[in-house]
Design a binder for this molecule. Structure first.
Ligand SMILES: *Cc1c(COP(=O)(O)O)cnc(C)c1O
Length: 360
């Protein structure tokens, strides 16, 4: 489509064009009802169906069974940093965390504020978070183990999830839910702000195993109480109606692509192409250790910061935006979520080669 750029922003991020077109078509008059989804009551039958369908699709894409419940919440992944310990920590049973970067740190800090003393069982801070730790002990008496499946800022991703036995595994999957297949039954709870790989900002997807809901007690603030939101089908109060609608459309888009395996295959191809380009020269220096590389956020450096600035500016001139690394780490980051087409990555690689030729 004319005038649209390749959007490599980390989140809010690129959405499938066909989803945006559906939104546009349906915006003024949702399925002949004479009003917009933006104006519709969240207690209407029509919206009820939108929520039901979106919840079903959120599970169907990954193969979650009836023993899991989907919640659509607000407050971003950041609210979940507090909700997880509030709902899941049990007295006398430690809350375990693996620290793989800025978002893990924030999750740990939030647990501390709630006086749920988190136990950090492994960290990659010693190497500026360029890898995922693989050896650590999991106390079998723990309330849960929390991991960040993909580290959006540092460009690392768990390749294999830890085996936790009976200890519930909780994952912040904000930037890689729906990028690849995994066994859903490994997880007790997954959460993700939708704005990276699953929809627009303002709605958070939580997928929780039903038995965990029994841990939510009455004195947890209602807005963070998993059990109440499960009982009310996420309609305890007014939800992000529009966001839920778009998440439903994105889930349907994944299914229309042929499902998660097809989407994963394209994602792997895109990431391979980028990493191959990075590995084939000394001009670009990928920051994540090869065994921990993310297929969603590809981070790298150039010989100096001036060249990095120039790279970002020239890429933008060539229709590729959002490539600046997170302000806390600098460098370049290409976020290549599901909706980034292969052609976008091919264009970037082409640009990178040209940029190196001129400046290397
Ligand atoms: C973006 C991000 C967050 C923060 O999400 P908000 O929705 O802005 O609260 C948390 N964790 C990870 C892994 C992220 O990528």
């Amino acid at each position: 489509m004319e005038n649209r750029v390749y959007n490599f922003n980390p989140g809010p991020a690129t959405l499938p064009l066909s989803v945006l077109q559906t939104i546009q078509e349906e915006l003024l008059n949702y399925k002949g009802e004479g009003l917009s989804i933006l104006e519709m009551s969240h207690r209407s039958k029509t919206f009820d169906k939108i929520v039901d369908d979106a919840m079903d699709a959120v599970k169907k894409v990954m193969g979650f069974g009836d023993d899991y419940t989907v919640l659509f919440l607000q407050g971003g992944a950041t609210a979940q940093f507090a909700a997880v310990p509030l709902n899941l920590a049990l007295p006398g049973k430690p809350a375990l965390y693996v620290n793989t970067g800025s978002w893990s740190k924030k999750a740990i800090a939030e647990a501390k504020k709630l006086s749920i003393e988190p136990t950090v069982i492994a960290s990659s801070e010693d190497q500026n978070f360029n890898y995922i730790p693989t050896s650590f002990e999991i106390d079998p008496n723990a309330s849960y183990l929390h991991i960040t499946s993909n580290n959006t800022i540092f460009g690392t991703q768990w390749q294999e999830y830890p085996k936790t036995g009976d200890v519930p595994l909780v994952a912040d999957m904000s930037s890689d839910l729906y990028c690849r297949r995994f066994d859903p039954n490994q997880f007790a709870l997954i959460y993700a702000g939708a704005q990276k790989n699953a929809g627009p900002a303002g709605v958070t997807i939580v997928i929780v195993r039903n038995d965990l809901l029994e841990r939510s007690h009455d004195d947890i603030p209602t807005i963070l109480n998993y059990k109440i939101f499960a009982e009310k089908k996420s309609l305890y109060n007014t939800p992000n109606c529009f966001g839920i609608y778009v998440v439903g459309l994105v889930m349907q888009w994944i299914l229309d692509q042929g499902g998660i395996d097809k989407v994963e295959a394209v994602n792997r191809k895109k990431a391979e192409l980028l990493y191959q380009t990075l590995d084939s020269t000394d001009f670009y220096r990928p920051t994540a250790r090869p065994d921990s590389r993310s297929i969603m956020n590809v981070t790298f450096r150039l010989p100096n910061e001036d060249l990095e600035k120039q790279f970002v500016a020239e890429a933008a001139k060539n229709g590729m935006v959002g490539l600046k690394g997170h302000r806390s780490v600098g460098g370049i980051r290409a976020s290549i979520y599901n909706a980034m087409p292969l052609e976008g990555v091919e264009a970037l690689v082409q640009f990178m080669k040209e940029f190196e030729r001129k400046n290397g």
